[in-house]
Design a protein around this ligand. Structure first.
Ligand SMILES: Nc1ncnc2c1ncn2[C@@H]1O[C@H](COP(=O)(O)OP(=O)(O)OP(=O)(O)O)[C@@H](O)[C@H]1O
Length: 288
């Protein structure tokens, strides 16, 4: 894969719900994601993150601007794009086995039975669910169900994998496991991933690049490279100087742009004030 190639090109993207006098959810968003890159989008609640992903995936038509995938304009849902949503319980079919759930989108892509089975078994092995292939989603834990959703998306070998708060509905321990799983499988499949999250730490832990959004109507207030390398682990990476520095930087950006916190207001020397205080304010703004 050519890592300098642009996989996703978002240019001047805007979306207004409900016609010309309706609600402007996102405005004039411009950014690119390169092939093989894992980019995270972090922004305050209600700023338009899901609207952005829906526009990129062709589920809704933007009211301004353009999205290109591999150089071609997105019109309708592209075949080589897959989406993983937060709510795994609503995205898996309860009447189909785990393996059939994974095979399901491959049918509509005209892939034959033997290849469907081969791909399903391969991705289920990668997400550690070979033993659960014949079970039904409702027989699995939440974390396991989300692994099935990830496996189903990967089985399509998408040019771009979009993930909308994929780990927000599982407990903290499972979240860490799923984050590490994502890092492993994206390396295995050399996937290009755009992931939306509320969680500043998660965005830095996972990403090659973090886009920080403003409050609604969202636009990009920062595009940060994450120089943490390929070998990351939940303890030492999160303790590293680079990680801690980036976390403060993102928190500060969200604080200044969204929370109008006292620390930011008195930040006359540009030092950012108390990091702990800003961190808390930014977290509050994100989850409010
Ligand atoms: N179908 C819709 N019709 C009208 N307004 C909508 C619709 N969907 C979302 N909105 C509004 O657009 C804005 C952005 O919503 P969106 O769901 O994209 O934000 P978000 O950043 O993903 O939110 P959250 O962080 O809470 O998941 C919000 O003000 C929301 O109320």
């Amino acid at each position: 894969m050519n890592r300098t190639e642009t996989m996703l090109d978002v240019s001047g993207l805007g979306h207004r719900y409900g016609g010309p006098s309706g609600h402007q959810a996102i405005a004039d968003l411009t950014f690119q994601v390169r092939s093989g890159e894992l980019a995270c989008i972090v922004g305050p609640s209600g700023c338009g993150k899901s609207t952005l992903l829906r526009s990129i995936s062709g589920l809704i038509e933007p009211t301004s601007g353009e999205v290109k995938l591999k150089g071609s304009p997105v019109q309708g849902v592209p075949e080589d794009l897959a989406v993983v949503f937060q709510d795994y319980s609503r995205s898996l079919f309860p009447w189909l086995s785990v393996r059939s759930n994974v095979e399901f989108p491959l049918r509509s892509r005209g892939i034959g039975k033997a290849e469907r089975r081969r791909r399903a078994d391969e991705v289920l092995e990668w997400v550690g669910l070979s033993e659960a292939a014949k079970k039904y989603p409702w027989q699995l834990s939440g974390g396991m169900q989300q692994r099935v959703s990830i496996a189903r998306a990967l089985a399509c070998r998408p040019a771009l994998l979009l993930m909308d708060e994929p780990f927000a509905s599982v407990d903290a321990q499972t979240r860490f496991e799923l984050e590490d799983l994502l890092l492993r499988v994206r390396k295995q499949y050399d996937s290009t991933v755009l992931l939306v999250t509320h969680d500043i730490d998660e965005s830095i832990y996972l990403a090659d690049r973090v886009f920080v959004l403003s409050k609604s109507p969202a636009n990009i207030v920062a595009d940060l490279e994450v120089p943490l390398g390929d070998q990351r682990d939940q303890i030492t990476t999160r303790e590293s100087e680079t990680f801690v520095h980036l976390r403060s930087e993102v928190a500060r950006l969200l604080d200044v742009r969204t929370a109008a916190a006292p620390a930011a207001a008195s930040d006359v020397d540009g030092s950012g004030g108390s990091t702990a205080q800003q961190w808390a304010e930014a977290e509050r703004a994100l989850h409010s």
